[in-house]
Design a protein around this ligand. Structure first.
Ligand code: DAS
Length: 350
């Protein structure tokens, strides 16, 4: 007689042998701190044609059981370009809930695609009202590639999250042994292992095999309250990002206004320049109540917040925030105010 074992029965047997990490009380040496891994996808999870789960990633880490007790949660499993703004809101709420409900939690590690990692890190930096470490990490090489960097990045992130130095570090990015503040981390290479930088500022610290070193101070956020409290916010205001290049007319600016944008961030040239056609359209946008912010496509340096008004058609400059980070700050600022002076203050202080 042939015996058939259903897939469901096999799954049950597998689960009995490997209980899901997120369903468990953190296992392991009770003296060790607890870290929660929130997996979202990205190259760190990629194999040929498939994606590993957060549990797979943690199980592959040699020696992790000597560093921390881990719980794992699969938040999503997508390329980071597919993470939606409503998922951002859900991610912030989930991490906030974890910190509120679990005083024992040393920190959270978010595994994330590197393409938009700098955006998620800044968003969380602005919206979480906690200082416990949230380490956002990923990989430049997929899990099955020769020299895959994901396991080292993940293990180093867990080491950072439990380290004494990082107790009040807040949101950071860790890639290739280097740590960057969530506000400053920028992806600067499509494919190199050292793909992250903090332009104009330098790294925050390093994870060496024997220890974690923080090498400079970073302006601290309040540990009591978030910079932007999103309770009650169900949707972020629409803010469009538009590039300046020679000969660009005002068509994209007008299309953004037509689509209902409450704000426009320009990836302007140099210290906030745009073309005559864009300037005209931006001035019209402002007359229609759209908030216009000038950032720079340059990659480093400031567009003074005081730049704006007059001929630029803009309200303010983004300081040292790159266009994609300026868009996040403007979205969050617009949940609170559209008053020009308050907006300028927000851009000067975040
Ligand atoms: N697949 C890309 C992403 O999800 C790249 C990466 O993860 O590094 O962002």
């Amino acid at each position: 007689m042939t015996r058939t074992v259903s897939l469901a029965a096999l799954s049950v047997l597998f689960l009995l042998a490997h209980p899901p990490l997120q369903a468990q009380a953190p296992a392991g040496d009770e003296e060790l701190p607890v870290v929660h891994v929130l997996a979202t996808g990205g190259t760190i999870s990629n194999t040929e044609g498939d994606r590993l789960t957060g549990e797979d990633l943690v199980r592959s880490l040699p020696g992790v059981e000597d560093v921390a007790r881990i719980t794992v949660e699969q938040f999503s499993n997508v390329a980071s370009g597919a993470i939606s703004l409503s998922q951002w809101l859900a991610m912030e709420r989930r991490i906030d809930e974890l910190f509120q409900e679990r005083p024992d939690l040393a920190g959270v590690v978010v595994t994330h695609g590197t393409d938009t990692m700098e955006e998620t890190a800044y968003f969380l930096d602005l919206t979480l009202g906690h200082c416990r470490p949230v380490v956002v990490t990923g990989a430049m090489r997929r899990a099955t590639a020769l020299g895959a960097d994901g396991p080292a990045n993940l293990l180093n992130s867990i080491r950072l999250a439990v380290s004494e130095e990082a107790r009040e570090i807040g949101v950071v990015v860790l890639m290739n042994d280097e740590v960057f503040p969530g506000r400053e981390a920028v992806k600067v290479s499509t494919s190199r292992m050292h793909a992250f930088r903090a332009p104009g500022a330098g790294r925050f610290g390093v994870t060496d095999p024997d220890a974690v070193f923080l090498e400079r101070t970073v302006p601290t956020r309040s540990c009591e309250a978030p910079s932007f409290d999103l309770s009650g916010v169900e949707e972020l205001p629409r803010v469009e990002l538009i590039y300046t290049a020679l000969g660009a007319d005002g068509a994209l600016v007008r299309a953004a206004v037509e689509a209902g944008a409450e704000g426009i961030v320009m990836a302007a040239v140099g210290r906030g320049g745009t073309t005559p056609g864009q300037r005209e359209a931006l001035a019209e946008a402002r007359e229609n109540g759209v908030v216009v912010v000038l950032s720079s496509r340059t990659g480093e340096g400031r567009v003074p917040v005081a730049r704006g008004e007059g001929e630029t058609g803009a309200l303010l400059g983004a300081g040292d925030l790159n266009p994609q980070k300026a868009r996040i700050l403007l979205m969050l600022a617009l949940t609170r105010t559209d008053d020009p002076d308050e907006l300028r203050t927000i851009f000067r202080t975040h």
